[in-house]
Design a protein around this ligand. Structure first.
Ligand code: 13P
Length: 252
């Protein structure tokens, strides 16, 4: 049995005070939930306060990006060592917004994945096709290339530890989520490729999340799919009530 993960990606939202308020209201609501991992990936400026507040809770902390060196003259960057130091367990890598606006390539993502693992951070590696690629029937090719290149030189042991997030670009922030069938089709393909690369035992263990316009109303059906092991939630994770409903969507 794969333990599901429901992760919030707050992107560039929330001040320190807003972070405090969210966590104060959110933690008591989820304090009894242990059958799934709950992760908050907050902006860098909120990591410290979030880390202090989440200590000894069942909610884990994640960052949304990092650089691939552990230290050095890299103005404006944050290293895996720093993320570990501040209490992160997870880091989102290769999000499509980073690929699009900050020109991150699969080979940069690959360097980040390897170094995150070296420091004991669990990477949540994002892959997904654009609308144009889907319409040209290139979805599987794109997923396979992104997967293989982002995970190059990864040992089977490490391949088991990482988390993949299937985030179709056309579903992100658009209100147009993938249907449960579309999510399942893409995610079973990803698991198949994983089996080819790392063997079926690893492929059965790796957790594959869905991301893209998840809402309390649509997530239950997506979560019911065989190869969906959780969600990476953007907009709907910014409000306590809606994120709580998503976290508990199949418990009602
Ligand atoms: P939305 O849930 O706002 O569509 O964002 C998805 C996402 O990019 C999560 O990483």
């Amino acid at each position: 049995m794969r333990r599901p993960i429901i992760a919030a990606n707050w992107k560039m939202y929330k001040t320190i005070d807003e972070t405090k308020q969210f966590i104060q209201n959110f933690l008591p609501k989820v304090s009894n939930i242990y059958d799934r991992e709950i992760v908050l990936c907050v902006p860098f400026t909120s990591l410290y306060i979030a880390s202090e507040m989440l200590k000894s809770s069942n909610v884990k902390l994640g960052a949304q990006n990092m650089y691939f060196e552990d230290k050095g003259a890299f103005t404006g960057e944050i290293s895996p060592l720093m993320l570990k130091d501040i209490g992160c367990s997870y880091v989102i890598l290769g999000h499509s917004e980073r690929r699009k606006y900050f020109y991150e390539t699969d080979s940069i993502v690959n360097k980040k994945v390897l170094v995150a693992l070296k420091y004991g951070l669990t990477p949540i590696v994002c892959i997904g096709e654009t609308l144009e690629e889907r319409e040209q029937n290139k979805t599987f090719n794109v997923l396979e290339t992104q997967l293989k290149m982002s995970l190059s030189n990864l040992s089977s042991l490490d391949a088991e530890k990482i988390v993949i997030a299937y985030e179709p670009v056309w579903a992100i922030g658009t209100g147009k989520n993938a249907t449960p069938q579309q999510a399942q089709e893409a995610q079973s393909f990803i698991r198949e490729k994983y089996a080819e690369l790392y063997g079926s035992v690893v492929a059965e263990k790796v957790r594959i999340l869905y991301g893209g316009s998840i809402k309390p109303e649509n997530f239950k059906q997506i979560m019911e799919q065989k190869d969906v092991d959780g969600g990476l939630v953007g907009g709907a994770s910014l409000e306590v009530e809606s994120f709580y409903k998503i976290v508990t969507c199949d418990k009602k």
